[in-house]
Design a binder for this molecule. Structure first.
Ligand code: SAM
Length: 234
């Protein structure tokens, strides 16, 4: 269970209404029952349910079960998609170990707003489900051009594009080896040709293809991440 508070022996952690409801009515736990908790910094801890109140629950933190572990240094930049599809992206990218989720507006991006609270809730739930001890950082959406203008040195950006002379993703990833990296997936309408040309020219960008078929943007996220994982092993 993710908690947004420090974890150390003897500390007490309060849970909000939703989490209290989940423990009491979904998991059917009671006072004295044990719960594994993490906050993304202090590893996994065993906590005992101290008590339930109207819309709250408190936990008594006992001992650490696992030290903090990290994820590969892999960012996912993606053009926002409509509701269920963007939820899917947040969930699957979290399960597959992405360290940062970054919605970016491309020229053909539709919708032009992102509900970050909703994305974060999906990422938290996915972290809990897949037992990672971190939740990916969720960055404020920005125009793609702004994200690229401030790009950190040494981080390769694999630009996933279905058209043009992109190299197979596995080949390009194998050649680059390990190290900080990011994936960029375009919107449902794809990138504009001029946009692709501009991005491809940047020194840190490596255009890659994910096979001969045009994948939906959410499928492309999973395909690219699966390839990364099979090569990097994490
Ligand atoms: N119209 C479909 C949809 O509704 O999702 C297709 C969208 S596709 C144009 C969206 C993005 O997925 C592209 O901008 C690209 O980043 C990625 N993509 C899809 N197929 C790909 C492929 N074969 N190789 C590389 N990237 C691909």
């Amino acid at each position: 269970l993710f908690v947004d508070s420090p974890l150390a022996e003897g500390l007490s952690v309060g849970l909000d209404h939703e989490r209290a409801h989940f423990l009491r009515h979904v998991l059917r736990l009671d006072r004295g029952d044990a719960v594994a908790v993490f906050n993304g910094r202090d590893g996994e801890w065993l906590a005992l349910i101290d008590g339930f109140g109207k819309g709250w629950c408190s936990l008594a933190v006992r001992h650490q079960r696992l030290p903090q572990s990290g994820e590969p240094d892999l960012w996912l930049l993606f053009a926002p998609l409509k509701k269920a599809r963007i939820d899917f992206v947040a969930e699957k990218a979290t399960e597959m170990g992405v360290s940062r989720l970054w919605p970016v507006f491309t020229r053909r991006t539709d919708p032009n707003r992102v509900n970050l609270d909703r994305l974060r809730a999906h990422a938290v739930e996915a972290s809990e489900q897949c037992e990672r001890l971190t939740v990916p950082d969720l960055s404020e959406p920005v125009p793609l051009s702004r994200a690229l203008a401030d790009w950190p040195e040494g981080r390769t950006l694999f630009l996933c594009a279905e058209s043009g002379a992109a190299r197979p993703v596995a080949e390009a990833m194998r050649e680059r080896g390990r190290g900080p990296a990011a994936l960029l997936i375009g919107p449902e309408g794809g990138f504009e040709k001029s946009e692709l040309d501009e991005i491809s020219k940047l020194s840190f960008v490596v255009p890659v293809g994910l096979g001969p078929r045009i994948l939906r943007a959410d499928t492309a996220v999973v395909a690219a991440l699966a390839c990364w994982q099979s090569l990097a092993g994490d």
